[in-house]
Design a protein around this ligand. Sequence first.
Ligand SMILES: [Zn+2]
Ligand SMILES: [Zn+2]
Length: 287
Amino acid sequence: MKKKIFIALIVVFGFINACSNDSDDTQTPQNVDKTPNLQATGSSANDFLSNDNFDRLLVEIGYVEGFQPTGQTVSNFEDYLRERTFKQNIEFSFKSLSSPDEETLVLDEIAELENENRTAYNNGTTLAIYIYFADAPSDGDDLDEGLVTLGAVYRNTSMVIYESTIRDLASRSSLITVTDVETATLNHEFGHLFGLVNLGTVPVNDHEDPDAENHCDVPGCLMRAELQFGAPTARSLAAKGSVLTSPCNLSGDSMLKLLETRTSSGLAAVPVLDAECILDLQSNGGR
Ligand SMILES: [Zn+2]
Ligand SMILES: [Zn+2]
């Protein structure tokens, strides 16, 4: 925990330096306090779920030009937020960004891009979340092993979606669409920001997979452990000296298999939260 606070402080000082060096940055006011948006993943779960501290949610989507989510995905994602939280005032803002021209991205680089491009921070009773749609794959991907990362969360209000990887994956199957993979990825990753499983929201009944931290052991659940492959990627990131790590790296191959299995059984492609996960959200202020 102490280490996390230390890291957060370094980041804060980094921001202060960046602000003082960049006096003509008009998009982010100089006096904005970014600290509440630089906390640990899952620590704002109650703020997302309930209206106690924030009654408005602002979702800023920063996308590399040409890599934005489909309109249907945004609509599905909004439905999911309204279904599980008490927020009624939910707004989206979209910002087109130039490509960082990287072959792969580590989370530290993604956080740097967020620092440069994010304009939405908590303000009054507005809770802000930033989602970056990248045009390059995660550095942790292992193509030989068939392990590719679709998305990750790395702070309380920060998420990355590897859009180029999602499109590659969806193009390999005639049964599923880009919208299916985008929606499943967004909803799963946002499940972690809701504090699932045991990541800021205390489980009512124990259903955390003993072999996969912060994931659910109920078959068919959106937060099911088989969808992720956290450990090897976390190790490879640490080996590269990355400061930020994610509790989740959503696996492309297992996602593809799951969506295909559901579609061919006549189910909706995108899995939903099971009763245990929903019970946890309700116990922490959600629906
Ligand atoms: Zn996960
Ligand atoms: Zn579950």
